[in-house]
Design a protein around this ligand. Sequence first.
Ligand SMILES: [Mn+2]
Length: 507
Amino acid sequence: MADMEKAVNRIEAAINSGEKVMIYGDYDVDGTTAVVVVYSFFKKHHPNIEYYIPDRYLEGYGISTQGIDYAAANGFALIIALDCGIKSVDKIAYANTLGVDFIICDHHTPGAQLPTAVAVLDPKRADCSYPFKELSGCGIGFKLVQAFAEKNGLPFEDVRCYFDLVAVSIACDIVPIVGENRVLAYFGLLKLNTDPCIGLKTLMGVAGKTINYTISDIVFLLGPRINAAGRIDDAKHAVELLIASTEDAAQIKGDLINIKNTERKGHDLQITDEALGMIAGDEVLINRKSTVVFNENWHKGVIGIVASRLTEKYYRPTVVLTRSNGHVAGSARSVLGYDLYEALCGCSDLLIQFGGHKYAAGLTMHPDNVEAFADRFEEVVSASITAEQLVQQIQIDAELRLSQVEPKFFRILNQFAPFGPENMSPVFLTKNVYVSGNAGLVGTNHIKMKVMQEDSAVFDCIAFGQGEQLEQIKKDVPLDICYTIEENIWRERRSIQLNIRGIRLQS
Ligand SMILES: [Mn+2]
């Protein structure tokens, strides 16, 4: 990896001369796990080390001036920045004037100019020949640790112990699970499921599932909890949990984070409810091809999650806005195939700032512009979106008969795991199945039922978030179902379960 030798040499120099080193990371899961890996490893070789996580709301994303000033005022000679920094050209030039060196470990795409750091580790650099380009931010930090260990003759066990944290970053940062990520995710899940670090073990405990984690379990159970610390309170709690060396210390942080997550969930549900009510109660809004909702009291930490939830109900480009620092700030989500960033470009004269990509973006505007923005966004979207893009589609990999879903089939299927972006769990279609027994509602809006075909066994099914479908599911009425196949473990009994993605009456 380009600059790796420079990075390792600079760290060795810092260790040899006893310089103060700061580990600086982003406040999301990728950033905090990266800080935990790099901090925990180097702490063993160099006591003069601290970590720093910028405040999500006061300092924002990336390298902050406050962080640099803190480092300079407290005698830090070197900052190792993780999961951020590749575009912080000005900030790093500023740090240089204060005598603070930087090593950047980032996986975001560089701009035209690289920052003037001692070393810039980023496989997406045009001049970097590292063969795998899609490592997570934590994955880059892990590579730095691995390189240091190799050069200094340390046993592989000293770096292998971080596989679980790397797997958590891969799952939560939604990087493709191919190539090296696939290897890291495989061994990371193995570690998570057999010998997790104390912090992750505690977090799995408070999340209510302690065994058989998959990538999607990490995404739904661990990720939101780690993120809740930074969204509702301070991301440092997540770092403190994950670096904990005793079970007692971890439990205190784990419980705290769980409370923050419950609080996050409360905001999330309440705001989603309010937003859905606003749309349903407004004849103009409900018939639009886009959603823009605004309430100045909504918690800024959850508007992105709410935007995603709204697209589940109204499948169209969506912007959720709230008041923030005297401005209006928003989070936007798109639907498959539609370029949201492009749509925001068409509204740029009404915005103070916006950034993001095809499917997710953030924006700020003057409070007076909210209404004009909602109208313009609708105008742009309805002129450019196709009718097809407004209907949610399920991509089917193969059609099966239920009799083909046998234990051996499932075993072979499992050899394709871990599943995730660019290696999704295959989706199957089976036509003409019958419900056996009663279908019922469980949880908030999920259907639990059993299905079969004449020549097949009976299969347990779960259909998340599809409660509306229950009334059309009747005995003796054939259905077509789309599903992924997973293992359900209940009281040590393992069985195959169909995770239903779509249900359609036979026509
Ligand atoms: Mn990242």
